[in-house]
Design a protein around this ligand. Structure first.
Ligand code: IMP
Length: 431
């Protein structure tokens, strides 16, 4: 079976969880490679809703091995809660879940520092999820973080290290932010309990992934967030702190590029963004509100209302190109049902000039005005369509246009939240 990478093509929330769930049937491994509990993958099995923050969506497929890769930042408190909540609902988690020893450990002070920093920035804040992601990656790059492998240390060493880290974070909390310090001994004691819980799940990724490296077992790599939130290639500084693009798979797992296989991008049929930063096709007012309501566009992690707008072909083409996407899935097409017209930004006006390539860097992007191509909408609901030929002609025209302009095949179209509401189109949507 061919390996596969699933990458968000926009600003996250493209519906990757559902696609990973659908494509993970028969796959040996589902591997997350970056990010942390800032992600919120919502999956419906029947009417049963599952929201996963850290655990790969593959956990819902019995027998699939799941790995939290070394490129992630993992809050062991949240992870334990997530495991126990799934187990309570009858999902078998612990026998199948592995955690790379290289993953960074996210501690409660990271979360506190994230909140305080955002408060301090006021209107210039990033609008983070408040999960401590930036401060945890900061500890990683300044080489002061604990790693999940440290949970295998003799417990008294782990306890001592945790106390040291919390005390040093407390200096920053109390001296710079004038905030309350965190209880170092209490947290260290809790971490010791967590170490007992997690120690059997922590693995050396080089050894654990040998069967994938040697091509004996198949893997699906589950991206979190999206290309435009990538720390290097996104709309900096309004980005997350990890590489959500294809390079993150390599650094976040330690596997070589030859194993990647297909690289599939996931795009919503329109566009959303949570948090601050430029968004040229954003719809303010009633139209944005209508999309938000129709699409249920409220964050799975924070509950925040997502900003909504039209599909942006410039950003999407950029995502296809920099990730080398070999096929894309369009999600939530059904949300556009009943819209009188559907628009796509095909160029920008930047200070009076027409721009056709996505301007990297938020300075210029915030001055861009979208130039739209407009399509007639369709009345007929698409939620029950299971073949391209079931779709209204206007919806097919819209998809054909996207496929042509993206320069890669649309291999699937999702028309609802349930597992079965997908039209698979392995040879594309263009007749
Ligand atoms: P952080 O990752 O919490 O630091 O947040 C940085 C930016 O990424 C903010 O704009 C967040 O709203 C956004 N972000 C982080 N994770 C997600 C996600 O899973 N979906 C959508 N946006 C996200």
């Amino acid at each position: 079976m061919e390996n596969r990478v699933i990458i968000g093509g926009q600003w996250g929330d493209e519906g990757k969880g559902k696609v990973v769930d659908a494509l993970s049937e028969g796959v040996d491994w589902v591997i997350r490679y970056q990010g942390g509990a800032n992600a919120g993958h919502t999956i419906y099995i029947g009417e049963d809703k599952h929201v996963l923050h850290l655990i790969p969506s593959g956990i819902l497929r019995p027998g699939t091995k799941c790995l939290l890769g070394g490129g992630m930042v993992i809050d062991p408190w949240s992870l334990r809660d997530e495991i126990l909540a799934l187990e309570q609902r009858g999902v078998e988690v612990r026998p199948h879940l592995m955690i790379s020893a290289n993953a960074q450990m996210l501690l409660p002070y990271h979360q506190r520092l994230d909140e305080l920093r955002e408060e301090r920035l006021k209107r210039q804040c990033i609008g983070t999820t408040g999960r401590g992601i930036g401060p945890a990656y900061l500890d990683k790059v300044q080489r002061t973080g604990l790693r999940m492998g440290d949970l295998r240390l003799p417990l008294e060493n782990l306890e001592r290290k945790c106390i040291e880290k919390v005390l040093s974070a407390n200096e920053l909390l109390s001296e710079f932010y004038q905030a309350d310090p965190l209880p170092s001994r209490v947290l260290a004691g809790e971490l010791v309990d967590l170490a007992r819980f997690f120690a059997p799940m922590v693995v050396d990724p080089y050894t654990a992934l040998r069967p994938v490296r040697e091509g004996r077992e198949s893997a699906l790599f589950e991206g979190a967030q999206g290309t435009l939130l990538d720390i290097d290639h996104g709309t900096y500084p309004y980005v997350t702190s990890s590489n959500c693009t294809v390079g993150g798979v390599l650094t976040g797992t330690g596997l070589p590029p030859q194993v990647l296989g297909d690289i599939n991008g996931i795009f919503k049929a329109y566009l959303t963004r949570v948090g601050n930063g430029p968004f040229p096709t954003e719809l303010l007012g009633e139209q944005g509100e209508a999309l938000r309501e129709a699409g249920g566009e409220f964050g799975a992690t924070t509950g925040r209302a997502r900003r909504c707008g039209w599909f942006d072909l410039l950003g999407a083409r950029y995502a296809v190109d920099i990730n080398g996407m070999t096929g894309v899935v369009i999600t939530k097409l059904d949300v556009l049902d009943g819209m009188p017209a559907v628009k796509v930004a095909t160029a920008y006006d930047l200070d009076g000039e027409t721009v056709e390539a996505f301007p990297v860097g938020s300075g210029r992007l915030s001055r861009c005005r979208p130039v739209y191509t407009e399509f007639p909408g369709w009345e007929k609901p698409t939620g029950d369509c299971r073949a391209l030929t079931d779709l209204p002609a206007a919806a097919r025209k819209y998809l054909e246009f996207l496929e042509d302009r993206l320069g890669t095949l649309i291999i699937g179209v999702s028309v609802g939240r349930r597992r079965d509401q997908v039209i698979w189109t392995p040879t594309g949507v263009t007749a």
